[in-house]
Design a protein around this ligand. Structure first.
Ligand code: ZN
Length: 134
């Protein structure tokens, strides 16, 4: 799943987590669930990072950032750090660690770019909700 989708999921998980440990565990778990679903990934690292930063900036400017939201977001995207390092040529594919990236947990079927509409709608709806409810 795209990084902006993972980070948005981590934010809403963080809002409803009772403590940072729960936000971390659920954020990490959300990464597995979202990667198992059929989806389209953006290959351009700069676009991926820009969209994720846009989510964080929107939440920060709207005052929707809390400790558990930060922890949820970090752990929701943490596994994709190895994907970033792989895309940048810093590690080979066989050095990936996360089960969803190694093939131990099967990755969702690759969809065409029209799937991005669903991911954008999810992110916009979720960020709007988080800004509205604060
Ligand atoms: Zn991933």
């Amino acid at each position: 799943m795209c990084v902006f989708t993972h980070i948005t999921a981590g934010a809403i998980i963080g809002v409803y987590s009772p403590n940072p440990a729960a936000a971390a565990a659920l954020g990490l778990g959300s990464h597995v669930v979202l990667d198992v679903l059929p989806h389209h990934d953006i290959d351009n690292v700069a676009v991926e990072i820009s969209l994720a930063v846009a989510v964080v900036v929107a939440l920060a400017l709207g005052g929707a950032i809390t400790a558990t939201v930060i922890v949820g977001m970090i752990f929701a995207i943490l596994p994709d750090l190895e994907n970033l390092l792989w895309k940048l040529g810093k590690i080979p594919e066989n050095k990936k660690f996360f089960p969803g990236h190694r093939g131990i947990i099967s990755h969702g079927r690759v969809l065409d770019s029209s799937n991005l509409i669903i991911q954008f709608v999810f992110a916009i709806f979720t960020v709007s909700y988080l800004l509205w409810r604060r």
